[in-house]
Design a protein around this ligand. Structure first.
Ligand code: NAG
Ligand code: NAG
Ligand code: NAG
Length: 303
């Protein structure tokens, strides 16, 4: 069977919505999906870093993926489900489940304890995932800052050709744009490479990337759509201006602490969707920090 991965463009790595008691909330998912769809975002990544996948049980991950799969039937958004970050038997169970619920693609982190050292190790690991969901396009999640696994992505893609029949691309979350570009051009450019950094959207699109998955797409979707559109229209000044403002806003948000708790607070202020707080082991911002962020973000609240 020939598997096609046809999604091009912007995908939101959605937050997991927690209620006050830290239980998962699936009821707000249709509103969340509609808000993104109306903002021009036609791709959803469930269980990425922003989704706190590694803080959820297998049962919760299945329930959330299932809820999103039902919702995207209404919104016609592409659904990508990240299945890694847990013991291999659970990874394979999640991959099978993603295929059963009709996910359009699967994303997978590397093994986090017996870490792969070379492309071959990673290919062997992903082969298990590919076999568990043989009818669903697979992408690898490269995020060395979080995983500590920093395999050369161009080399990995070259070596995986004809080895991993379902592999269709990667999510490249690193500020090493030269390495990302090499991955984009690897194996004759046959793989999709999603750029994963909020601060590198304009330069990446200018280099020829056409797809991104970045946290800010949840909070300020109009920056990413505006930058992509400006680059397509060869309006460099506009792309630079929008990137400058997005970078400034993200810098304010991140000055209050680690990425997920701070971006969730920003999401709750800026967007119409309240995603609640982060779950342990991440720590919440204090009320005072949250108020201060709101004041500092004043000029960006319209987005
Ligand atoms: C999908 O849309 C139908 C018709 O509007 C609605 O009844 C249903 O609740 C929606 N389902 C989800 C999961 O959004
Ligand atoms: C960036 O922000 C400044 C200050 O808020 C604003 O004047 C400018 O129009 C913004 N630039 C773009 C391209 O949106
Ligand atoms: C963060 O706040 C939420 C809701 O107020 C709470 O349920 C959760 O336990 C808090 N997380 C931590 C790590 O304190």
């Amino acid at each position: 069977m020939l598997l096609n991965f046809t999604f091009i463009g912007l995908m939101a790595p959605v937050f997991t919505i927690f209620d006050k008691d830290s239980s998962i909330n699936t009821e707000k998912i249709p509103n969340y999906a509609n808000y993104l769809s109306e903002s021009g975002i036609h791709g959803i990544l469930v269980h990425g870093t922003s989704g706190e996948a590694t803080s959820l049980s297998v049962r919760e991950r299945k329930d959330l993926a299932q809820a999103w799969s039902e919702t995207v039937k209404n919104t016609s958004q592409h659904l990508m489900v990240q299945v890694g970050g847990c013991p291999l038997p659970d990874v394979l169970e999640l991959a099978k489940h993603a295929e059963e619920i009709g996910a359009d693609s699967i994303l997978c982190m590397p093994e986090l304890y017996f870490k792969p050292k070379k492309p071959r190790d990673l290919i062997n690991y992903l082969k298990h995932v590919s076999d568990a969901a043989p009818n669903t396009p697979l992408l690898y999640y490269h995020n060395p800052g979080h995983t500590g696994v920093n395999i050369d992505m161009a080399q990995f893609l070259e070596e995986s050709t004809n080895q991993l029949p379902t592999l269709k691309g990667i999510k490249f979350t690193s500020n090493d744009l030269a390495a990302g570009y090499a991955a984009l051009k690897a194996a004759g450019g046959r793989f999709t490479v999603f750029i994963g950094g909020d601060l590198l959207l304009a330069p990446a699109f200018a280099l020829g990337f056409d797809s991104a998955i970045a946290t800010s797409i949840n909070i300020f979707p109009s920056y990413a759509t505006g930058i992509l559109e400006a680059v397509k229209m060869s309006d460099v000044a506009k792309a630079q201006g929008l990137q400058e403002n997005l970078t400034a806003a993200m810098k304010i948000i991140r000055s209050f602490g680690p990425k997920v708790p701070t971006t969730k607070v920003a999401m709750n202020y800026v967007s119409p969707i309240n995603v609640g707080h982060a779950r342990a082991p991440l720590e919440n911002l204090s009320e005072e920090q949250s108020r201060e962020m709101r004041l500092s973000l004043g000029g960006y609240l319209k987005y």
